[in-house]
Design a protein around this ligand. Sequence first.
Ligand SMILES: *[C@@H]1O[C@H](CO)[C@@H](O)[C@H](O)[C@H]1NC(C)=O
Ligand SMILES: *[C@@H]1O[C@H](CO)[C@@H](O)[C@H](O)[C@H]1NC(C)=O
Ligand SMILES: *[C@@H]1O[C@H](CO)[C@@H](O)[C@H](O)[C@H]1NC(C)=O
Ligand SMILES: *[C@@H]1O[C@H](CO)[C@@H](O)[C@H](O)[C@H]1NC(C)=O
Ligand SMILES: *[C@@H]1O[C@H](CO)[C@@H](O)[C@H](O)[C@H]1NC(C)=O
Length: 555
Amino acid sequence: MASSRQYLSFVFVIIFLCISQTCCHYETSQGNSPLYSQTNSNTSKLKLTSPTTGAPWPMPQSYNVKPDVNVINVGNFKFVHGKYQCMILDEAFIRYYKLIFNHNENFRRSSSYKILKFESGITQLEVLVNTPCKDNEYFKLDTDESYNIKISKDSAVLNSKTVWGALRGLETFSQIIYHDKLGQYVVNTTTISDHPRFPHRGLLLDTSRHFVSKNILLQNLDAMAQNKFNVFHWHIVDDPSFPYESIMFPELSQKGAYDPETHVYTQSDIQEIIEYARLRGIRVVPEFDTPGHTQSWGKAQTDLLTKCYTKGQPNGQFGPIDPVNNATYTFLQKFFSEIANVFPDQYIHLGGDEVSFNCWASNPAVKEFIKKMGFFFYGQVEEYYMQKLLDIVGRLGKGYQIWQEVIDNGAKVRPDTVVEVWKSGWEKEMDKVTKMGYKTLLASCWYLDMIKLGDWQSFYVCDPFNFPGNASQKKLIQGGEACLWGEFVDDTNLMSRLWPRASAVGERLWSNQTVSIPFVAQPRLEEHRCRMVGRGFPAEPATGPGFCKEEYIHS
Ligand SMILES: *[C@@H]1O[C@H](CO)[C@@H](O)[C@H](O)[C@H]1NC(C)=O
Ligand SMILES: *[C@@H]1O[C@H](CO)[C@@H](O)[C@H](O)[C@H]1NC(C)=O
Ligand SMILES: *[C@@H]1O[C@H](CO)[C@@H](O)[C@H](O)[C@H]1NC(C)=O
Ligand SMILES: *[C@@H]1O[C@H](CO)[C@@H](O)[C@H](O)[C@H]1NC(C)=O
Ligand SMILES: *[C@@H]1O[C@H](CO)[C@@H](O)[C@H](O)[C@H]1NC(C)=O
């Protein structure tokens, strides 16, 4: 079959990349769904999926819908707030009014599709937030996102503790409205009581291997909000390029970006992205990955990286950040104090993955340092480096996340560290990390840059609780992240590669653990994918043959 041959050659490309050591984060867990291999080997037998109508994605914790259909009075409809309101809510009202009623005319609509305006029925959604909200407040890890919706014949009410819960509820409300055969906007009598299963529902984008323009990042934040993701993990720099335009060290991007003018994020770009995310209840957690993955840093900071040696002579190659040179820590102190100011979130991701020890082992100063410190292995050098970095960032008042290797290499980190698990064999690792008392995030199952037909099902069935830990270990799981590494991704394909495959992860992290059967979810995912297309996203087909009432047209 042609498609499987294509897949095979893709695997060869990956193997080649791994051998040539340009491969980052390609290890992943596979084959944990029986349905998964079915759809790959038998694609020609896939049947057409009939989408649901007016069903929400992700599935609320409690969702009670009656077969009574209520018409929306489109001509008079408005959102109204209760005692507490702020700009965050006002802006959301404008967004959701557009999402519900102003469909883009630039679509190929199926011939049966029409929209009529009826002047009777439900005229408003009352949005009652129970605590004050401020125009400038930020969404945080422990913010309450719960909400309730009650829709009956002539009233619609949304209740929430916080304005952020109201945003989640507005999204759900916008999804349960649909068009009936007459072309009316309708909504069934519905009672919803909802809250997320995990507080951290992240999506990682890598803007170093390929540059991704600001407009795509903004569009993606909209898609994230519509799938109830709440963390944009911005893997902003790495070996290939350094697009972050630093205030204190402008040379980093002048020399390290693919292009210092067109392939950079200026401070104003970054503030715009953070603000856009904030208004949608999304945290922006930047990742400045060290001491490995830093080749692009070395172009401007010439003494920052370790010089590698062959036969007692520097060979012109550079390794991870030099852990021995005191100037390293002076630089890191200055650099991260800038980062702590630029990014308001409480957390910074400090990386720490895939540190190669070969270069350190070749360098005379590092060898001497090992002797002086009485270390036995290079993992202890990494520990020394990470410890100093964590102290620097801790003193700046920030919390931090790290990749699992920092722990695997034996480093002792502060007890409030969040460890992100990304390698295969994640069940053992989650057990180990939570036994040590660390908070964790799971990413292993959700490497969306790895592609297989119908793979949303394998993302969907991967449950972060599916390891042999006890209840107090499971309490330490903050959630997880879908990761889209950038080797084969840029503006041309980022949105379609992510959506709706990431939606499967969105539901896993939001909905009840018992909502877990791909076969049952599929018609609802089909509707959700079409809904995203109707809202202007190039969300790719995920479930086999089918069509949307509103099809995507490239403008
Ligand atoms: C897939 O197709 C093959 C060959 O037609 C068949 O032997 C196999 O049972 C099918 N697998 C499933 C899960 O339907
Ligand atoms: C809404 O009501 C209609 C009409 O009774 C019914 O056919 C449909 O299944 C209901 N929708 C949902 C999601 O239950
Ligand atoms: C580097 O810092 C350490 C500890 O602060 C100090 O003992 C050492 O002398 C310094 N080395 C240099 C070359 O300044
Ligand atoms: C779970 O296991 C951990 C570590 O093995 C232990 O410290 C803790 O007391 C256990 N908790 C429960 C609820 O059994
Ligand atoms: C998930 O659903 C089960 C059964 O309905 C319920 O007992 C449990 O409390 C729910 N879990 C959460 C996190 O709401």
